[in-house]
Write a new protein. Structure first.
Length: 211
């Protein structure tokens, strides 16, 4: 449908204030909620993610696209629930204990939502125990941890170890990222994955749930 293509373009362009109305119009014209989600919102965020990886757009453009997507989701979410459409997966995300920086974490959370994941956002200053408790409580597929300070990175290791202690290894994947975090550090602490930017984190999350 033309309206779905128009909504996709609106998300990519990050036109705030337009996406919600277009989502309402698409539903009114008889479009299926699942089709709007897949062909407009997820497709649009996938496209902006590819542009981001190629350095053709930057964080401000991605944030605008994500906010546009979220406006459309406000309309779509009740209809998706009513239709029985399940999210692609569930992700617990947060910035680790002792660290109050959340811009990167917020970007990852929004892009994951745009990729069809249900997000349990714990905010910042999150201890290892809270990550693991939330993952168990919500039956999440993964835990995504962010850190901007080298002095807080040890919480990532604590969380990975606690996932294993609680018998959740294999059931709950762990993903780490943030400015001082490296792939080598992720491997050293036994994390299941490392995302050096938000788009890579989304690709990794898709791999975790097999798609």
């Amino acid at each position: 449908m033309e309206i779905i293509a128009q909504l996709k373009d609106t998300v990519i362009a990050g036109k705030l204030g337009e996406a919600k109305g277009l989502a309402e119009k698409a539903l009114a014209e008889g479009a299926e909620p699942g089709d709007i989600l897949e062909q407009a919102l997820i497709a649009g965020m996938d496209h902006i993610g590819e542009l981001f990886k190629k350095n053709e757009v930057y964080v401000p453009e991605v944030l605008l696209a994500a906010k546009s997507m979220q406006q459309a989701m406000q309309v779509l979410k009740p209809r998706l629930v009513k239709s029985g459409i399940e999210p692609r997966g569930k992700a617990v995300v947060g910035t680790v204990r002792g660290d109050l920086h959340d811009i990167g974490k917020n970007l990852v959370a929004m892009m994951l939502e745009g990729a069809g994941f249900e997000i349990i956002d714990l905010g910042n200053d999150v201890p290892a125990e809270r990550f693991v408790e939330a993952a168990a409580e919500h039956e999440a597929h993964m835990i995504g941890m962010s850190a901007l300070l080298t002095t807080t990175m040890h919480v990532m290791k604590e969380t990975v170890e606690l996932v294993k202690e609680k018998g959740l290894a294999g059931k709950v994947k762990t993903m780490v990222g943030g400015a001082p975090v490296t792939r080598g550090f992720a491997e050293e602490i036994g994390a299941d994955g490392y995302g050096d930017d938000a788009a890579t984190a989304v690709d990794l999350a898709k791999q975790f749930v097999g798609g």
